[in-house]
Design a binder for this molecule. Structure first.
Ligand code: ZN
Length: 410
């Protein structure tokens, strides 16, 4: 296929993806003012409900603005031969393919991060601040940014360098080696994420002694879960929003509760949330997601290997010389329809898993405190109580509050 045709296919995918996203956002926004279902009438009082309406509208407008700027900038970059310009810069810096690729991605990622930083700054310090969510200091914001860059350079750069090396040494078979590398890395990160990455950004402490710990201890021993695997994280360092999650497997499994969650909820509600998280573990959701992500990576890399050798592929993004890194950009965009589809499937499965975890909490603990905790968390996060079903189908990894409540009461 000729590079010009591929170029226009890439542009079409970018534009169609953008329009589809905007239509969904609009559809969802049209239902912001729907009547609140009877079962959820007690989530907000009038004043808080109006605040949640303003929050949704503000975020909707802000995301429309930023995504429009982003698509315009991306298209301009394509039509003004931006990739060719960056490719030439990278080629001037070295003769080594691996160094060229690292410089190429380094420039593109650094530039796009610099462009998006004012928007994330505005979102944190103007929007989140105005609605009372923000606890991040400017210092933390910028230190987070720098830590993020360092991690991307070391981990992202390291993995990319090794994959290109595989490609140079083994040719079309590189995908098998790359798959092995990414699989090992994914398993390693899954196991040690809470030990190696989380401490770079947050403090984790074991549960404090007291009545909460005693209650958790009683529940944990009933279902056979080790109490020493429950940690509290200082989420309040950045935001008032609360959360909890299960991570790792084998000896590295752990439940993490945000300090904000512990402050916002009653003890039996915290226990219900904890029971839900343990449910994810007991139903082997962590292992399923891990295996699914490794399989998807393998399929993606295999398809990549079929295309990466074709020079027209990399030439499609306007560079004058074919290369692995240019082919990777073209592939990344051409693959969007497939990755959107797998995203839909993974969200669908994730919502099923949430019901299973809720059911586990109901079975081994109680349904009522889980319902009240979900309501409180929705209220504290100013959540949308009336999302559009199509929007939920595409974007939600969790069922809506109403859906979860109805299942829990059934
Ligand atoms: Zn869950």
């Amino acid at each position: 296929m000729n590079p010009d045709t591929l170029f226009y296919i890439i542009i079409t995918i970018l534009i169609v993806d953008f329009i589809f996203d905007k239509i969904l956002d609009r559809l969802n926004a049209n239902h912001f003012n729907d009547p609140v279902p009877d079962d959820l009438k007690d989530v907000y009082d009038n004043e808080e409900y109006e605040k949640s309406q303003r929050y949704k509208t503000t975020n909707y407008k802000f995301s429309t603005l930023t995504s429009t700027i982003s698509i315009v900038a991306t298209l301009a970059f394509f039509f003004l031969d931006g990739f060719d310009f960056v490719d030439r810069l990278a080629r001037n810096s070295s003769n080594n393919e691996i160094v060229i690729a690292l410089v190429f991605f380094g420039i593109i990622m650094f530039a796009s991060d610099i462009l998006s930083t004012p928007f994330s700054y505005y979102h944190t310090f103007v929007i989140e601040e105005k609605f009372g969510f923000n606890k991040t200091t400017k210092k933390t914001f910028f230190i987070d940014k720098i830590k993020g860059w360092i991690m991307t350079v070391i981990l992202g750069g390291g993995i990319l360098a090794i994959i290109i090396w595989f490609y140079k040494v083994t040719g079309a078979n590189f995908w098998l080696y790359a798959w092995g590398l990414i699989a090992v890395f994914t398993i390693f990160m899954n196991m040690f994420y809470t030990r190696l990455i989380v401490p770079l950004f947050n403090k984790q402490t074991p549960l404090e002694d007291g009545s909460l710990k005693n209650k958790i201890e009683a529940y944990a021993s009933k279902i056979g879960f080790n109490i020493n695997k429950i940690f509290v994280i200082d989420g309040s360092k950045r935001s008032t929003k609360a959360n909890a999650y299960f991570s790792g497997f084998g000896s590295q499994k752990q439940v993490t509760l945000y300090d904000t969650l512990i402050n916002d909820l009653e003890e039996d509600e915290i226990l219900a949330v904890l029971a839900h998280e343990v449910g994810h573990y007991k139903h082997k959701h962590i292992i399923f997601n891990l295996i699914a992500s490794i399989l998807l990576t393998g399929i993606t890399l295999y398809i990549l290997s079929l295309f990466i050798n074709i020079p027209e592929f990399s030439m499609a993004i306007g560079v004058s010389q074919p290369s692995f890194h240019a082919g990777l950009i073209a592939f990344g965009i051409l693959y969007t329809p497939i990755s959107e589809l797998t995203g839909l499937i993974m969200n669908f499965i994730s919502r099923k898993f949430e019901y299973q975890a809720d059911h586990y909490a109901k079975d081994t603990y109680k349904a009522e405190p889980l319902i009240t905790s979900l309501k409180k968390l929705s209220k504290n996060n100013l959540s949308n109580l009336t999302p559009h079903p199509t929007y939920v189908f595409v974007h939600y990894s969790h069922p809506t509050l109403l859906q979860r409540m109805r299942k829990l009461k059934a």
